[in-house]
Design a protein around this ligand. Sequence first.
Ligand SMILES: [Fe+2]
Ligand SMILES: [Fe+2]
Length: 226
Amino acid sequence: MRNFTNQNREDFITRGAQEEKVFLEMMRIIYKLSEYRDYKTYEHTMRVGWLSARLADSLNMDKEFVLALEYAAPLHDIGKIGIPDSIILKPGKLSEQEFEVMKKHTIYGYELLKNSSTHVMKMAAEIALNHHERWNGSGYPRGLKEEQIPVSAQIVGVVDSFDAMVTDRPYKDAVSLEEAFKEIQINSGILYSPRVVEEFLRHKSEVAKYYTDIHGVVNNQVLGRR
Ligand SMILES: [Fe+2]
Ligand SMILES: [Fe+2]
């Protein structure tokens, strides 16, 4: 067996433009892993990342924030890795006890990501922990309210909910884009940040186009789903 030195390894990892490619490929694999059990593809995570970043951009967040959000938002549900299949894949409503277990995916995700040193991963930890917090304090895990909820999680909270509404899940069928927009609007200032909802709805036609054209959500059917 050959004995590789640390220098060998370093040369291998940093060879040419490979470094960035390895990073991106690793991120895609992690996104895929984080959704592997409730989705066959990782399209949900990618849509949440892409749309959250576009929304942050139109909310005039700075460029650093927007770029970090695009990579960090897809990791919001990574803590689901710690939730049993009997709960993740359960068709129909969760019992109260099961829901209590499900809520823990926010903490598990945070625990996984919290000791990272990079800006992107720190933001990912913040989003994992807070993406189910709701504007009126009815969310979890801590029941944060209004601006106590980090902006990154306010944005992901809207996009993630919208995407969940328009796609089939083990426990429910998809609703139409129009119905989902209405649901988001009704809950502005109740579940979701009014500022984020206002901006999201201002781009309604672009969001609808993104779903129908690019990701194949046509007549409530998500193409490529298992
Ligand atoms: Fe979640
Ligand atoms: Fe999600």
